[in-house]
Design a protein around this ligand. Sequence first.
Ligand code: SIN
Length: 173
Amino acid sequence: MIENNNIWLFAYGSLLWRPGVAYDQAERGTLQGWERRFWQGSPDHRGTDTQPGRVVTLVPCDERSVTGRLYALPRTRIADTLAYLDHRESGGYTRCWVTVHREGAGRCRALTYVALPGNPHYLGDCPVDELAAHIRRSTGPSGHNYDYYQDLIDSLIALKVPPSELEAIRVFD
Ligand code: SIN
């Protein structure tokens, strides 16, 4: 039984293509009232302390939604799993609970990692040409920032997200 033996994790960024954790099942999920934006600085994965890259976070937006993946994490391994995720997302992300719509299966509570305004690496909005230049020039221990962008676009296409959701983060043609 998924519900009792598992804790859901909602992924919308790098956890889509590189979860890095064991899971029993994965499915598509939608989070309403938020949008995905390249507003978080990355000092540890796609940039450095002095030249942070730009990665996605969730930003409140009433009329939008974010499509992602729900991973059913085994409860038996949850302490190790969360230790890994907390470390991986330690560059400004906070772990919190959200309500996610499952495909044809109602709603569930899920953990997610969100980088909120006020965290030390938060960058916020910027013009699209500056965002493109920032992503083009940035690189860090987890690889080039452009590869993060391309992996995200590819993951969202594979998830068949609505075109408007894809367009909201498209920076390059
Ligand atoms: C996520 O993937 O759900 C969190 C943000 C990231 O690691 O890119």
